[in-house]
Design a protein around this ligand. Structure first.
Ligand SMILES: C[S@@+](CC[C@H](N)C(=O)[O-])C[C@H]1O[C@@H](n2cnc3c(N)ncnc32)[C@H](O)[C@@H]1O
Length: 214
């Protein structure tokens, strides 16, 4: 398990990330979906949904300033097996710099500035079909159905076709891809009603799997 330096470093990082998040939200409110990073509690509950070994390969989409990323790393995710995709360039630069500071001895964090709709082109070819989890905080609920479908399809295209699943963190108690129920089993794995606003973690699993993960 990786231990984070929970010190003044992390406190000032959180202050800085809140400030940057709010600033970027003023510029692109729909893209960000919310004016602040997710709560620590929701981030840790989401991270707890993953079965982690040192080999578990994870792609986080909509990583923003890294609140959930840090919860994943604290849970034991191998930083070399984690790719973080973010559409906002300033946020992706912030994320890369903050992780490099926190994990000085580790390899360069794999932060990718790009659109999750093009996930198969953004990742190294050796990752395609080997990803155990795509973890999303992209505000799908605010997007057009066709865009939501393209993002989910791109995630499915990189997942391990037999065992991979998508975890989606949202403030919507209703699945934002309910219309894809024909292809995907959809289960609300976490309901944190005390969060402001209430937060939920959805698990989406292809229906063709030989066994049921839900
Ligand atoms: C709710 S915020 C993410 C919260 C963050 N993960 C946290 O831990 O607090 C949503 C993020 O998704 C990003 N985003 C939106 N559409 C995207 C896309 N198509 N590809 C990649 N990132 C996207 C936004 O720029 C924003 O940073």
């Amino acid at each position: 398990m990786t231990s984070l330096p929970y010190s003044t470093t992390i406190k000032s990082l959180v202050t800085e990330e809140n400030r940057l998040f709010f600033k970027q939200w003023l510029k692109s409110p729909i893209q960000l979906g919310t004016f602040a990073p997710i709560s620590l509690k929701l981030a840790h509950l989401a991270a707890n949904q993953l079965d982690i070994t040192d080999k578990t390969t994870i792609v986080e989409i909509g990583a923003a300033t890294g609140r959930l990323t840090r919860a994943l790393l604290a849970k034991g995710v191998n930083i070399n097996k984690l790719a973080m995709v973010e559409l906002d360039q300033t946020m992706s630069e912030f994320l890369k710099a903050s992780l490099s500071d926190l994990y000085q001895s580790k390899a360069q964090p794999n932060v990718i500035h790009g659109n999750a709709e093009a996930l198969p082109e953004l990742l190294p070819t050796s990752w395609i079909g080997k990803v155990d989890y795509v973890v999303s905080t992209i505000p799908l609920a605010y997007m057009e159905e066709t865009m939501r479908e393209r993002i989910i399809q791109a995630a499915l295209d990189v997942l391990n076709p037999e065992t991979g699943s998508i975890l989606h963190v949202t403030y919507s108690p209703v699945s934002p891809i309910k219309f894809m129920e024909g292809e995907l089993l959809q289960k609300r794995a976490v309901s944190l009603w005390s969060n402001i606003p209430p937060g939920f973690v959805w698990r989406f699993t292809p229906k063709h799997y030989p066994h049921d993960f839900l």
